[in-house]
Design a protein around this ligand. Structure first.
Ligand code: PMP
Length: 420
């Protein structure tokens, strides 16, 4: 399969070989650097991308949820073009900064105040450090399978507890890795050191960790427990904020102390935001003698502020998000019933428009099987992540979904046949 892939994609191979001269591993996002070499994309339009060898794919990855708008959203294009002609950067505030903050704090009641950054990783790092400063404590609880960004990744671990995560570059926080969806196990681990725990950060659904929804009782349990021990609870909604205008927390009716978002809220530009209760976030208020500093040249990039605000006002409406997530629910249900349901070799997990194809073949075959499914889908004209991640964008139609289901069924059947 790798050979026929290489034969089909000579220009991508050449581009990759050139890239490895300057970039370790040939790229600057490890998740995208798939073997034997990744495809290089030249352009995109609507729901499709076209690679440097001229193949066009329907985009069912949507850049790991951030590409929610598709490739050629006219509303964003117009807003960004207008903003560009008013000046790229000012080294000053614009009124659009508060416009975007107003939108985010209205959507997320857990955010009285919000600050911006340039990525979800940065937003999470800042939310965690803010929480530690606020509580004057040292320990950070994360969950096995959690991601939170490239400096906080725990999804490689698969371990219920411990501190060594191979394959992850990590900031030296004092971490405790707790078991996801296991409130009693989590409390048992934390109880002996509870007075040192400043913050618990959790994804309401594990994203990179396999699209595993957090049980409402587990998330509510964390809410109650953090109140009891005096720790800050952060919901990392960098992915799940696309499930509803107020994120998964609004669907569950659980309000954390802080929330982080990113990805599509920058309207297509680099973005992250962390917000929370006034008593926590006002530490950044320069009018306070004990304030702390938080800077970042592009935190308030005029283009991002305009694009993000426009997107929230005109595109990320409650109706359109509901529609997108309904389509995602239908996709998952159709796929699972076509693939054979629980116990089948391939099972799709997720919520709404964020999904993941999981392989339940014997462990040693799983990665190869997912790689073969990925190749099979490419040959049939569909773009997903090699690890099986799927996310919808607004340009994908019901017809696309039906065709995709058919392609997944064919690709997985071929793999099951080859491995049995
Ligand atoms: N949190 C979650 C849940 C994520 O999925 C991601 C990225 N996929 C991040 C944080 C980090 O965001 P960024 O890639 O913008 O740093």
């Amino acid at each position: 399969a790798r050979e026929s892939y290489a034969k089909r994609n000579p220009n991508s191979l050449a581009a990759f070989n050139k890239a490895t001269v300057f970039l370790p591993g040939g790229g600057t996002r490890t998740t995208l650097i798939t073997l034997p070499f990744p495809l290089f994309i030249e352009s995109g339009s609507g729901a499709t991308v076209t690679d440097v060898d001229g193949h066009t794919y329907k985009d069912f990855l949507s850049d790991f949820t951030s590409g929610i708008y598709g490739k050629s959203n006219e509303v964003l294009k117009n807003a960004i073009t207008t903003a560009i002609s008013s000046g790229l950067q000012f080294g000053a505030h614009t009124t659009n900064e508060a416009r975007l903050a107003d939108h985010l704090t209205s959507r997320f009641p857990s955010m009285d105040l919000v600050r911006f950054a340039n990525s979800g990783t940065e937003a999470n790092l800042l939310a965690i450090t803010t929480s530690l400063k606020h509580t004057k404590r040292k320990k950070v609880v994360v969950f096995s399978g959690g991601y939170h960004g490239s400096l906080l990744a725990h999804f490689h671990s698969g371990e219920p507890a411990g501190n060594d995560v191979p394959g992850a570059l990590r900031v030296p926080f004092d971490f405790i890795i707790a078991p996801y969806n296991d409130i009693e196990g989590t409390k048992a681990l934390i109880n002996p050191v509870a007075k040192d725990v400043g913050v618990i950060i959790v994804e309401p659904m594990l994203g990179a960790g396999g699209c595993i929804p957090g049980d409402p009782e587990f998330l509510q349990g964390l809410r109650d427990y953090t109140k009891e021990i005096g720790a800050v609870l952060i919901f990392d909604e960098v992915q799940t904020s696309r499930l509803a205008p107020g994120g998964r927390q609004s669907l569950l009716g659980i309000t954390p102390d802080m929330t982080t978002v990113g990805k599509f809220f920058g309207g297509g530009f680099a973005f992250g935001a962390f917000g929370g209760k006034k008593e926590i976030m006002s530490i950044f208020d320069v009018r306070r003698p004990d304030h702390v500093n938080h800077g970042g040249t592009f935190n308030n990039s005029p283009l991002t502020m305009v694009a993000g605000s426009t997107a929230i006002e005109q595109i990320l409406t409650a109706e359109r998000l509901a529609d997108l997530n309904d389509r995602g629910d239908r996709l998952r249900e159709k796929l699972n019933s076509a693939l054979g349901g629980a116990g089948a070799p391939f099972v799709v997990t997720g919520l709404g428009s964020i999904n993941q194809i999981n392989c339940h073949l014997p462990k040693e075959d799983q990665l190869t099987a997912l790689e073969l499914v990925y190749f099979g889908l490419l040959e049939r004209g569909f773009w997903i992540a090699q690890r099986g991640t799927l996310a919808l964008n607004f340009e994908i139609t019901d017809k696309d979904v039906d065709e995709f289901v058919e392609a997944v069924v064919e690709s997985t059947a071929a793999v099951v046949k080859a491995t049995s």
